[in-house]
Write a protein that binds this ligand. Structure first.
Ligand SMILES: O=P(O)(O)O[C@@H]1C[C@H](O)[C@@H](CO)O1
Ligand SMILES: Nc1nc2[nH]cnc2c(=O)[nH]1
Length: 297
């Protein structure tokens, strides 16, 4: 259970600056790429060369990971020569943090010089063509908590981060999605899909009726993260690419005996992790710099 002080939002520009400066003074790495590891996908951080690891609990203003499968550390290093920072463990709404707190690392990364965010998650497959182990490139999202006003940009806008009303129709970078398709084709990966991710609050998995509703609304996969981070990253002008590992099939049928559970989610991560790591590392190697984004401050 989080204490009251851990729940208080420390998301001001000055606090992000303090954390960014603390990290910059404790590492030589000047990251241009940020990676967020989803449930069971922490192995992505182990690809970094000459890693320098900071426990979240040692970083000023940083929240703590409370979920099994999220190690709770920030790893700096290089991947195919590119300076990177990798979150081995992310934060979720259901952990009890305010939404501004779970997305705080995006602003810290921006202040450190990150231009490109690569985010991963585990998600339930709603699309009936999806199988467990498929990987879905996210082309768009449906922010369900957002319909109830739960948006990380709610509250006063700080123009130093970005504009009051950021556009989200280009949230998931088209060129990076194409790059992922190209790399997957070269690697002979036949499990790559592209679709719409719907974020819900969790931590309970969805009911059958909720899965049916989300599918009808146009979602191909459902999860509990990523979209909020992408909103904040795009607000700050970083380009975003995101992948969902389909760790389970959402139950859509009242006769089904299947039941979603976190262990299955972690196990699917273990099975696909090496292939995902390869895909991400080749993509990073081919990333162009100079992300000229209108939103950038
Ligand atoms: O951090 P991600 O989105 O990968 O975590 C998913 C959603 C829940 O936190 C958990 C459920 O098993 O995995
Ligand atoms: N909400 C949600 N999150 C998930 N993360 C992994 N699988 C699932 C799922 O079925 N539903």
């Amino acid at each position: 259970m989080l204490s009251m002080s851990e729940c208080v939002s420390d998301d001001s520009y000055e606090e992000c600056r303090t954390t960014a400066d603390w990290l910059l003074s404790n590492t030589q790495v000047r990251p241009t790429v940020g990676i967020v590891c989803g449930s069971g996908l922490g192995g992505l951080a182990e690809m970094l060369k000459d890693p320098q690891v900071f426990k979240y609990s040692d970083i000023p203003n940083f929240p703590r990971s409370t979920v099994h499968g999220h190690a709770g550390q920030l790893v700096f290093g290089t991947l195919k020569g590119k300076p990177c920072v990798c979150m081995q463990g992310r934060f979720h709404l259901y952990e009890g943090y305010p939404i501004q707190k779970i997305t705080l690392p995006m602003r810290i990364f921006k202040l450190m010089g990150v231009e490109t965010m690569i985010l991963t998650n585990a998600a339930g497959g709603l699309n009936q063509d999806y199988k467990v182990g498929d990987v879905m490139i996210i082309k768009d999202h449906i922010n369900m908590p957002g319909f109830a006003g739960i948006n990380p940009l709610a509250g006063p806008n700080d123009d130093r981060f970005g504009v009051r009303f950021p556009c989200m129709s280009d949230a998931y970078n088209r060129e990076l999605r194409q790059l992922a398709h190209d790399v997957a084709a070269e690697l002979g990966y036949d499990f790559l899909k592209e679709g719409v991710y719907s974020v819900v609050g969790g931590p309970s998995f969805e009911t059958i009726a909720e899965c049916r509703m989300l599918h009808r609304l146009g979602a191909d996969a459902v999860g509990m993260s990523t979209a909020h981070e992408v909103i904040v990253a795009r607000h700050a002008g970083m380009r975003c690419f995101a992948l969902s590992l389909i760790s389970n099939r959402a139950v859509m049928d009242y006769d089904s005996q299947e039941k979603a559970n976190h262990e299955e989610v972690l196990e699917t991560g273990r099975v696909r992790s090496q292939q995902l790591e390869k895909l991400v590392s080749i993509m990073v190697a081919r990333l162009e710099q100079n992300n000229n984004d209108d939103n950038a401050f």
